[in-house]
Each structure stands twice: as C-alpha cells, then as structure tokens.
Ligand binder design. Sequence first.
Ligand code: UD1
Ligand code: F6R
Length: 725
Amino acid sequence: MCGIFGYCNYLVEKSRGEIIDTLVDGLQRLEYRGYDSTGIAIDGDEPDSTLVYKQIGKVSALKEEIAEHHPKRDVTFVSHCGIAHTRWATHGEPKQVNCHPQKSDPTGEFVIVHNGIITNFRELKTLLSNKGYSFESDTDTECIAKLFKHLYDTNIQNGNELDFHELTKLVLLELEGSYGLLCRSSHYPDEVMATRKGSPLLIGVKSEKKLKVDFVDVEFPDDNAQPETPLVSERSNGLASSRNLTVNGGRKVRLFDHEDRGNSNLLPIAANEFNLRHSQSRAFLSEDGTPNPVEFFLSSDASSVIKHTKKVLFLEDNDIAHIYDGEIHIHRSRREVGASMTRSIQTLEMELAQIMKGPYKHFMQKEIFEQPESTLNTMRGRIDFENNSVMLGGLQAWLPAIRRARRLIMIACGTSYHSCLATRAIFEELSEIPVSVELASDFLDRKSPVFRDDICVFVSQSGETADTMLALNYCLERGALTVGIVNSVGSSISRITHCGVHINAGPEIGVASTKAYTSQYIALVMVALSLSDDRVSKIERRGDIMQGLKKIPQQIKEVLQLEGKIKQLCEKDLKDQKSLLLLGRGYQFASALEGALKIKEISYMHSEGVLAGELKHGVLALVDEDLPIIAFGTRDSLFPKVVSSIEQVTARKGHPIVICNKNDEVWEKKAATTKMVTLEVPQTVDCLQGLLNIIPLQLISYWLAVNKGIDVDFPRNLAKSVTVE
Ligand code: UD1
Ligand code: F6R
C-alpha cells in the first residue's frame, strides 16, 4: 500500500528544515500501512530547481539519506510546495531508482508521487520512448512524469502556455488505471496538482484566522461566471510567485489524436474555459476579507494530517485540485448531471486510532477482515500460479544448505507457535526433513541440544519477542543456520537470522494476532514448497497446494460472511458460558489450540484445545449437555475419526458447534436431527483447510469479547510485543 503526502505553505514562513521535517513526519504517520521505500521533492537552491531525496527501507533511512546530502536547512520560504511518498513495490522492486518522486528528466522539471497502477503504462512507455524519452525506472509512475513534460514542451512549441491544471487535464486523458497523485513542477513554482481516481486523497487546511467559508466550489470547463469579489491573489497582493498566467493560444496538443483513434473520450473544452470564477471559497480569505496565511496538507490518509489540522476536504474521483498562492481550485473535466458543485471542508471528529481503524470498531476486527488482502500479499510475486512454482527471494540462495539438513526445528511463542504446528505435517511431507516444533521458552529451559547442521526456523509477527530472540541467540551461538519468518521488516529477528521470509501481512496492531497467523501459515507452506521444488514425486501434490493457495483469499472472504451467524451464536448459545472445549485432530489440532488461545486472551473465557483422539483418555469426563464444544469436522483423511469423536460428545448429550465443509451431508443430517449447530466453510486442500477454519474462531473470540464490553485491542495483562522473558 503506498502513501502520499504533500505540504504547501503560503504566507507562512518556513525554513527548508521545517519543510523537510513536516514531509518526513507525514510519511512516518503513514508508516502503519507498510511500505518498502520513501522519498520527497522540495525546492532547490537555484531558482525553479528541485531537490529529490529517496531511499529504500524505512523513513529513518530517508532521514539519513537527506542528512548525507546536507541541504541548507535554514533557507526560508514564504510559499512552497513539497511532495512525499511511501511506496509498496508493484511495478519494479524496491531500489532507489524505483522510489517516488519520479522525475520527467534529470533536472526534475516535473516530479510525481503516485498511488495506484497505470494499466496502459507499457503503451505509454513505448510511445514516449519512440519520441526520444529514456526511462531509468521500472515504474509505471515515471510515464506520468514524462507525459507531463512531453505535453508541456509540445504545447509550448505550439505557442500554448498552459495553466498547470490544463496541462494536468491533458495528461489525465492519456492515463488508464487508478491513481492518487501529486505533481509539482519547476515551470509552475509554488504550485501543486493533486488528483485522484480510485485512490483516496484529501487536503487538510490550516489557517490562523477563521475561514470565511467552509467549502470549495468546483470549476467546470463551461464555467464563465465573473468573479464575485475582487481577486485577492498573486496578481494583486504583491506576494506573487512566478506563476505563469494562462494564455489560451492555439489548439492544445495532446499525445494521441483521439479523434483519429476513434476515441470518443474527448475533453469538452469551452472557449471560455479559462475565464474562471475565483470565488471566496477557493481563495481562503479570512473573515475580514484579507489574504489568509494558510498551510495545506495533502495525504492519502487522514492519519498524517490530523496532527496539523482537523479541517479536511476529501477529493472525489476525477477531481483535479490545483493549489497555488493560498487557493485551492478544484476542476472537473466535465459537468455531470447531479454531481456536487462543492467540496465541503469537514471537521474531523475522529481520533488518530479511529482513522487507522477505518470502518471497523477495533483493529482486531479490521485485521480479521483484511485477511483476503493480507494472505494475497504474502503470496504476491512469490507464487507463479500458472507454472506452479514458488520463488522466495530471501531463501533462494540458502535452499541447498537447508535441503542438506538432517532436522529442522521450528521455534516460536503463542500464535506463531501454532502456525508452526499447523504446517509441520505438510513441511515434513514435502521436505522429507524431520521437523520438531518448540515453544521458545521451553526449548531454552531444557537447554535443548543444537548442532551446526541444524536448521532453526524462528517464527514471529513482531520479530522482537524476547523468548524467541533468546532462543535465536542460543542457536546462533551453536552454529546452526537460522531462518526467520517475520512480519516486521527491520525487526531484530529479521535482522539477526541468516535468511528468511517476510510474511508481508502489513502492520498488525490488535494485540490478538489474526492476520499474522494466516500469513505465517502460508509463508511456512511456501517454504516447504520451495524446499521440495526439485522432487519429481511431489509435483502433483505441490501443484494441488499452489492451486489451493490461489483460491484462499477469495475463500476467506466467503468465510467472513459468517460474521452475522457467529454474532448470534455468541449472543445466545455461548453467552455467559464459563468454559469451552475445542476439538480437532491432524491438521486441525493447531486450529483448536489457536482458537482456544484467541478466546482466552480476548474474552477471558476459559477454553481448551483438545486433540480429538485424546478425548477418551480423560477430557470426556467434562462433557455434559451444558459444556459448549466447538469441533473441527472438515474433510480430510481423518474425517471418520473426527466424526466418531463428535459422536462421543453427542452420546453424552453434548451439542457441539461443528465447523464443517459446505453441504456436507454427514453434518447436514446430524444438524437436522440434533441441536448441533454448523458453521460451513469452503473446502480446500487438506493442509490448507486450517487457514479457513481459524477464521470463524477469530470471529467468535472477537464477538464474545465485544459482547462482554472488553476492549478487544487491549486485553488486560497483555502487550502486543512481549519483549521481556
Ligand atoms: C524483497 C523486498 C520486497 C520486494 C522484493 C522484490 C524487502 C524487505 N523485501 O522481497 O519489498 O518486493 O524483494 O524482489 O526489501 N530476511 C531475514 N530474516 C527474516 C526475514 C527476511 O534474514 O526473518 C532477509 C531475507 O533473507 C532477504 C531479505 O531479508 O535477504 C528480504 O526478505 P523478503 O522480504 O522475504 O524478500 P523478498 O520476498 O525477496
Ligand atoms: C496471541 C498473540 C501472542 C503472540 C506471541 C508471539 O494472539 O499475539 O501469543 O503470538 O506473543 O509474538 P510474536 O509472533 O510477535 O513473536
């Protein structure tokens, strides 16, 4: 997920140092969305020059990069527009040339930050290359910057000195796909263009004096109204920037001749288009009618703006916002019937945490519902579903060494430990290496022997868990090869292990781990797939698993639709219960343990995951008609045994809640004749079924807790990252 941030000051004197700090701080506040590189563009020392700093990694790396170049921090600007970006690589890996801002040319006549994907970028790249442009990055965004320059230059050659927003309209005509973008240019100093289509963008407005109006009216091409009030702008207030005035010269030159291509998507340009109405709404006059010192904060996310101002204007798709000299002009290419004529400046009542939570009540709920996306992100760029192959960049060079191992030890705590248990069987089946799974604290307590030819895999969401870290150091001291499966890039475990895989689930904020579990699970399966990619005997099984993985995000989406039924279940059947048993075997034993942990930590209800085969060895004594039991009855080779365990429960008048596959006749019949409740999930490959089965349990734990009025994101006595032994 990329993040955009922009900062414009007008009649508010700021040093370059302050401007850099504001931009960098804005990026830092977008950090929770996850990213792999960052960058900013600001004014240079020479007139109309641009400084661009960018770096892969965290915002701290960008800070170091800027510091190394020693920009003069004490130069001051009365008016200035800077833009900034955090990037999550889509087109092109995270390397410096691929970071945003992207430039039109070495001097950066036009610089762009962009969220989204330009789907026709290859076509544009070919066209621009044919016109002599050379590209330095692999990004789609670079095309936009070059398109700006090309259209600017060609129009100048034709005697058209376009206003920045006119030029932007011409550029947007050529773009297909989605975007939220900011553009600044040395040809339009102290101006910025902000536009969006399918990607959020908002503008925060901060002024010392109270604003006269709380809206900005939209400008359409056929607007020909005269100014309602005398203009107070750069042209009259004496604080002018060197902004070009619009000259509506000859025919505007576009990249393609759309008429020739039969493209009816022509921009309706009325002759009086540029005789624009400058209303007070756009000029941000203060109540006494004087020019208002004003700052604008542009962002893809209110979380980075709220620190500066609560007054924000949300742009709509196809809005083209032009900011210059303390004014915001919102242009549309055409007037649509019923479309709003204004954009209101709203006062955000939300706190930062609320903004980050989106429409969800808690981070945990948000993260549960993010799983279709987070699981996809774990696999993105790593599994080739067409050729059934896996490529884990962080492990590739180490695979031969890992394959030579005589044993593999997975070490983790809590939920991360459960993801190891869930994948142990498929790991052994595919890699043919014996795998043991260890709780980090117990492993250390036992001072378990570790040898130089051991492979030790450390699984951790935070990458900072003290027990896991101690176990890692213990294994490093003994010369083992260490592999990390970690969510937090740059965390201790990620840095200290020899190699590993980032699960790319995005930041997990809720204390109860949910999306990290499903992503760890998939990452571990992918490691097992990588280790077995040289085995002919496994081709079919590996193919089935990869095709199964392909469907998982969509299937998780289906399971999430059970929320309504689960909510009811928690309000009725499970209400006021003191204890709960979860039964599973084989692949589903881990689901039972993880489900029980979720319920314990969030709803404070005692719950226990029991291996269904162990029921008759003692636990059965607990079963009566009152004890709530959740059983995993999805189809795999152990299905008959699971059915028999559940029958032992129903024979003792228990009425379990069974998580089963859709339209499974066995459970349909039983549910029809007993009080048994079923929660149906889609079927997948046996070793992946746990990815779907855990979702109802995450939802059950969530709703049990919410019904009790517990603050789900901050359960008592628990911390997100356990950095003490
Ligand atoms: C990397 C990039 C990713 C980019 C991709 C494109 C990073 C963090 N990842 O992903 O943004 O899209 O290339 O080619 O820059 N590692 C450990 N221990 C761990 C986890 C990882 O040592 O616990 C190491 C890996 O061995 C590797 C590096 O960290 O050297 C990055 O790992 P990972 O993000 O999984 O690699 P890629 O998927 O290749
Ligand atoms: C449970 C939970 C904890 C963590 C455990 C390990 O919901 O969050 O059990 O799984 O503390 O943490 P990481 O994965 O960060 O090492």
